[in-house]
Design a protein around this ligand. Structure first.
Ligand code: 6XA
Ligand code: ZN
Length: 343
């Protein structure tokens, strides 16, 4: 399997985040992607290609144009205003406030275009976001041109980003962009299978009212787990999309047996949908030693995930999402891919 990777991800570094009342170094850090890349080389998964540079047309098919146009302006505005720390949103238009008026300053616009303080900007952030987008689209092109599967080693990740908001380390929703791109290239139906520990609220939001993209999520129950405000089992889709969104929320402590039951059911529903291509939002933060998550999958489980996805027999695009146990992130993420290849 070929991988697409860009070194530009590394400019998105040094972000801080708020954990238990303390500002700490972000878990979503450059070593994540570098360790996965090293493991790909070690396991001889296949060639590692640089992405082709794309314009932002495909991004604007799933995100609003104003949101996408905002992203590259953040750091230059922040810097021009003499600010030195990272650009982190801190005020949001929740219930009772006006969420329909785009405010006039950068600080306020950061809140307008986000749902939490988990997506912050440093100097290299836009170039990293753009490279991650290019990585996703280039890998999608490999699948379109006949590869059975490809791996988009995206960083930053994407599945929390909605049509007009960032959050949870995510800015452009790489998996959603790829799914829409496959549709625009002639695929009749596309499935997105999100196996990250966290619910992919952005992907769900983007396709919620559509029947041409099935969205399936396996994740920590939002009653107790981030992103908290979406991902319940009763979210089936709306309008034409009714029945084409499926959620499998699971409790803290879920290990392979129960998780695999959900995967099996998900794969059967995915197969019944008969898509032309599957986009896998690949997070490995379901791992037992993940520092921010509460599932109990082991390294031996990841190849089994890949093997089950391979049994769908569909062209498959793997898009990297979360996973923060850096010592094992390479073994686990590449384990899914080698499992897919039957080794
Ligand atoms: C914020 C947790 C962000 C989770 C990001 C993630 N405290 N999403 O891994 O898949
Ligand atoms: Zn996650």
């Amino acid at each position: 399997m070929k991988t697409v990777f860009s070194p530009l991800h590394a400019g998105h570094s040094g972000q801080m985040e708020l954990v238990a009342g303390a500002i700490v170094p972000g878990f979503e850090k450059p070593s994540r992607a570098e360790i996965i890349k090293a493991r790909i080389e070690n396991q001889k998964l296949g060639d590692i290609l640089a992405p082709e540079v794309h314009d932002l047309t495909a991004a604007k098919r799933v995100h609003t144009a104003d949101y996408i146009d905002f992203l590259p302006t953040v750091w230059p505005q922040w810097e021009a205003a003499g600010k030195t720390g990272s650009a982190i949103p801190f005020a949001w238009p929740t219930r009772g406030l006006r969420g329909d008026v785009r405010p006039g300053t950068l600080e306020a616009q950061l809140g307008y275009y986000s749902f939490d303080g988990g997506a912050s900007f440093v100097k290299g952030t836009w170039d990293a976001i753009k490279s991650s987008y290019d990585v996703g689209l280039t890998a999608a092109q490999l699948v379109k041109s006949g590869e059975r599967a490809a791996f988009a080693l995206c960083r930053p990740p994407g599945h929390h980003a909605g049509a007009a908001f960032m959050g949870g380390y995510c800015f452009i929703n790489n998996a959603a962009v790829a799914a829409q791109w496959f549709r625009d290239q002639g695929a009749k139906r596309v499935a997105v299978l999100d196996v990250d520990y966290h619910h992919g609220n952005g992907t769900q939001e983007i396709f919620y009212a559509r029947a041409d993209v099935q969205v399936i999520n396996l994740h920590g129950d939002p009653m107790t787990e981030y992103p908290f405000f979406l991902g319940h089992a009763d979210e089936h889709g709306a309008g034409e999309g009714e029945g084409f969104n499926l959620n499998y929320p699971m409790p803290f402590g879920t290990a392979w047996e129960k998780w695999n039951e959900a995967l099996e059911d998900a794969c059967q529903k995915l197969a019944a949908y008969a898509p032309d291509v599957v986009v896998v939002s690949l997070g490995v933060d379901t791992f037992e030693k993940d520092p921010i998550s509460h599932f109990k999958l082991t390294s031996a489980d990841y190849p089994k995930i890949g093997a089950r996805i391979a049994r769908l027999g569909l062209p498959s695009l793997f898009v990297m999402e979360g996973g923060y146990a850096v010592d094992e992130i390479g073994v686990n993420a590449v384990g899914v891919l080698t499992g897919f290849e039957g080794r």
